[in-house]
Design a protein around this ligand. Sequence first.
Ligand SMILES: NC(=O)c1ccc[n+]([C@@H]2O[C@H](COP(=O)([O-])OP(=O)(O)OC[C@H]3O[C@@H](n4cnc5c(N)ncnc54)[C@H](O)[C@@H]3O)[C@@H](O)[C@H]2O)c1
Ligand SMILES: [Zn+2]
Length: 368
Amino acid sequence: MTIVPLALPQYHYDIVIEPDCLPHLGGALRERGLGKKSPKVLLVSHPFLLHHYGSKLVDSLTGAGFVVSTLSLPPGERFKTANSVQKIYDAAQAHHLERSSLMIALGGGVIGDMTGFAAATWLRGIDFVQVPTSLLSMVDASIGGKTGINHPKGKNLIGAFHQPRLVWIDPLVLQTLPGREFRAAMAEVIKYGVIWDAELFKLLEGTRRLDQLRYIAPETLQEILTRCAQAKATIVMEDEKEKGRRALLNFGHTIGHGIETASRYKINHGEAVAIGMVLASQIAQRMGLWTEDCHDRLLNLVHKAQLPTAIPPSVPMDAICQALGSDKKIEGGKLRFILPTQIGQATIVDDISPDLVKEILTIGYTKN
Ligand SMILES: NC(=O)c1ccc[n+]([C@@H]2O[C@H](COP(=O)([O-])OP(=O)(O)OC[C@H]3O[C@@H](n4cnc5c(N)ncnc54)[C@H](O)[C@@H]3O)[C@@H](O)[C@H]2O)c1
Ligand SMILES: [Zn+2]
């Protein structure tokens, strides 16, 4: 069992990573004094995940004396809405969740963000626990307390900071995760290697293939998850509310978001981030911050994860530029980029000229 602690002035919680830990969640909550005053728990998930993993969790929770009700929401980003959160409130109301009751999110980033937001706002804030089931939520979304939902006009426009009381990661559940989701999340794993953890980068370099779970040895997976959780936790501890260094996590995301939006989400988040990292790496190289050798090493990892490294011709450049223009990351006409400086380190640069970005986008369509 690996425990990564996350300590903030007002909160302290553990990120626990352990194969087959689902049946032990109830005991772990009790050990941490959760549910002492109220045994009521609302478990929020998707039908598929409840079918496969729900009973393990429910048995464990009831065995530890909790009274569990479940809510199953349809999967998909398009359901990350106020309407779904309303359903969580309705369930909370129907089951008389009290100020000291608990919500548990069993799912990927969508379930985690929505359940966290419902917990942040129900009775002005109740405790919640993250049981992430996708690779992306294990390494990123479940850690750090950003919760929220989408507005019809934009992603994650509504939200709150609300830290979970525990993050409970069972790597075995990744066995049912679709391959495309796995690969997309690998982009974020590579990101941590570039911006934060050179050892993680080397570990990925030493792994034969990164495109499918079955090629990754269980102990390697454990170390990857641990290193990513440590990176995310450390960055959040330094800068909980994203006033400074937390922005490093946006490496690959400036252009990435532009491509994701311009493709009308046909290119998913991780795929777009992979291309965004390659292009940011080229900008860094152009500015003399980062070497060609480092760029090639990054390309090699992206290839090993079977992620794209070039912008598909079907995504028009003017649509990407337009999306970049409306992106939050623009500061006074110039673009904000996270640029790598060496393997394991990156810097925030606020004054990248739109001309340089256009130039890099133009060559970004060429295969590499
Ligand atoms: N809060 C944060 O800090 C943060 C950070 C990054 C991303 N996010 C958010 O996370 C969301 C993306 O998360 P995601 O990629 O996990 O998407 P997701 O939650 O939609 O999950 C992807 C798909 O995989 C399925 N799935 C999840 N785990 C599974 C498993 N073990 N077996 C089979 N199927 C499984 C889900 O049902 C879904 O269909 C976005 O909404 C994004 O905004 C939040
Ligand atoms: Zn991301």
